[in-house]
Ligand binder design. Structure first.
Ligand code: DGJ
Length: 534
């Protein structure tokens, strides 16, 4: 067996033993995977939600509690549990960075401030500012400290070597996240004497050339700065107003490249980084130098061992972020997103529209409970409104996962082609999927009063010119002939059903008034075979 990272018509998928494997996943709350006993209930919950993969932190502090002494008990235990519950794992390496801080570094790193330097956010302040995050001071290890980089890379390399030893044949672990939401908070770049000297020195010419060559994909202000900047010289001269963020991005990416490369040398699983998004603020408010879309060109240059840039999406403009994260051929992978009632349609749409590698609601353990008030402000949601229910229905989320899992070979075969499409109620104006001879139009709550929910989606898999499988809910459907000589459409077959062991099992056969004008408020998988005539 092997885990590979494969090309499907220009889109990427993870494949296990040659078979595409879409990560229909969930990310656990940060502390849960530190206790195997606690995890039992989490695996069970993941099973009830139909997930095939869990994203699980492995922390540096528990992996290497004393320098050079490695403890793989948790990694082994989690792998054993995943096998017992029939799931895959994506490990999240909480090394130097966790939410742009160094919370999960071991005590021997944290306490040796001389050897493992903190970032000088302000000149002369070794690592801290007075600003606090949840009562704790901002404090980050310096991205310029080679000692830290070496120690972090060594620990990650040991982890990957061990995973290879225990899992190379079974492939329970299918990918790894290197660090967590890296970046610098409090300033756009570090301000130590070393940092100042490097910032004043010449930018490597290869980076200048690379940046000048790819302004076409850049955010407008970054592209403008790169176009206006000098062709050689200091960071300020070459990158002008974005120089400090580019400086941080380049050095953080280079640091993480060393860690990822040490891991890949030991065991070459697909590797990704996740991103704390910028929300239109200044760099330093969001972690400066992290893999935000506007810095992706820098990361591509400085971290070639990173296969995927993932976005942690907790903002209302979910689809806008997805659009930004598929530039430069980056596969869409969402390692974290809110587990509210839009999670289900977004999962389906990530697969159907973006041909995503995977999708994972964060803190999925809360699905089925009440929607977390702490997330509400991010969405502009009034959780006190008694008429609104923002909790994701767990049975429905399970249906999404199980249905997508059952369709996996059909879906993956169509990645990178127009034979897999979807539309979602968050963009009701883009509600038509054109498949050549026929189009499928979904009508959501905005235009069909029979639709009794805001969150809707329709994913269509084209099997032949006139045959489709469709996932639909929160919408009604309209089938349209694109042939002007044969404008009328009728069904040759229209059925509800499910895939079991790769075979279509028909449920109700739909016809007459129960076919044409049907409205789907509950999730359904349909098979439609169409006929156009004059
Ligand atoms: C983003 C982090 O990457 C996660 O580990 C977790 O802390 C969430 N934020 C909490 O909302």
């Amino acid at each position: 067996m092997s885990v590979t990272y494969e090309d499907k018509h220009g889109k990427k998928v993870i494949a296990v033993d040659g078979q595409p494997f879409l990560l229909l996943a969930g990310e656990v709350c940060n502390s849960n995977s530190s206790s195997l006993e606690y995890m039992e209930q989490v695996w069970e919950k993941a099973g009830r939600l139909g997930m095939n993969t869990l994203l699980l932190p492995i922390t540096w502090e528990l992996l290497e509690p004393e320098e050079g002494v490695f403890d793989f008990t948790l990694a082994d235990g989690l792998i054993g549990q995943a096998r017992k519950y029939g799931k895959k794992i994506v490990f999240l390496w909480f090394g130097a960075w966790k939410n742009a801080q160094c919370y999960y570094a071991p005590a021997w790193v944290k306490t040796n401030l001389r050897r493992f330097k903190r970032a000088e956010v302000e000149k002369g302040h070794n690592g801290t500012t007075l600003a606090k995050f949840h009562g704790m001071p901002y404090t980050t290890l310096s991205y310029l400290c080679e000692e830290t980089n070496r120690a972090d890379a060594r620990a990650f390399g040991e982890l990957m070597r061990h995973i290879r030893q225990v899992d190379e044949r079974e492939n329970t672990v299918v990918a790894v996240q290197v660090e967590n939401e890296p970046g610098l908070q409090g300033a756009a770049r570090e301000h130590s004497d070393t940092a100042d000297a490097r910032f004043a020195a010449d930018v490597p010419q290869a980076l200048v050339n690379h940046m000048k060559a790819c302004t076409g994909t850049m955010a407008p202000d970054v592209a403008e700065a790169v176009r206006q900047g000098a062709c050689s010289g200091s960071w300020q001269a070459v990158f002008g107003p974005v120089a400090e963020e580019v400086f941080s991005a380049c050095h953080i990416a280079a640091y993480i490249e060393k860690v990822a490369a040490a891991g890949k040398d030991a065991y070459a699983l697909p590797m990704f980084v996740n991103c704390w998004l910028d929300k239109g603020q200044e760099p330093g408010i969001y972690p400066s130098g992290g893999p935000v879309a506007r810095m992706m060109e820098v990361w591509r240059y400085a971290a070639p061992s990173i296969d995927v840039f993932g976005a942690d999406i907790y903002v209302p403009g979910f689809l806008d972020v997805c659009d930004q994260y598929v530039k430069l051929g980056n596969p869409l992978f969402i390692p974290e997103t809110a587990a509210h009632k839009y999670a289900g349609p977004r999962l389906v749409h990530a697969i159907g529209r973006y041909h995503a590698l995977g999708f994972a609601p964060f803190s999925f353990e809360s699905i089925g409970g009440s929607f977390r008030a702490s997330d509400a402000y991010l969405f502009g949601i009034d959780v006190n409104d008694p008429n609104l229910d923002y909790a994701q229905n767990p049975d429905e989320y399970c249906w999404n996962n199980q249905t997508l899992h059952s369709l996996m070979p059909l879906l993956a075969e169509r990645y990178g082609t127009a034979r897999l499409q979807s539309v979602i109620s968050e963009r009701p104006e883009q509600n038509v999927m054109d498949f050549g001879a026929f189009s499928v139009q979904a009508r959501f709550a905005d235009t069909d009063p029979r639709v009794n929910r805001d969150e809707g989606v329709c994913l269509a898999i084209q099997m032949s010119d006139n045959a489709f499988y469709l996932i639909a809910y929160g919408c009604s459907l309209n089938f349209v002939s694109n042939d002007p000589d044969r404008p009328c459409v009728d069904f040759l077959a229209y059925e509800e059903g499910a895939f079991r062991d790769g075979t279509w099992r028909r449920g109700r056969r739909l016809n007459g008034d129960e076919a044409a004008s049907r409205c789907y408020n509950e999730p359904v998988l349909l098979r439609a075979s169409l006929f156009a005539y004059q």
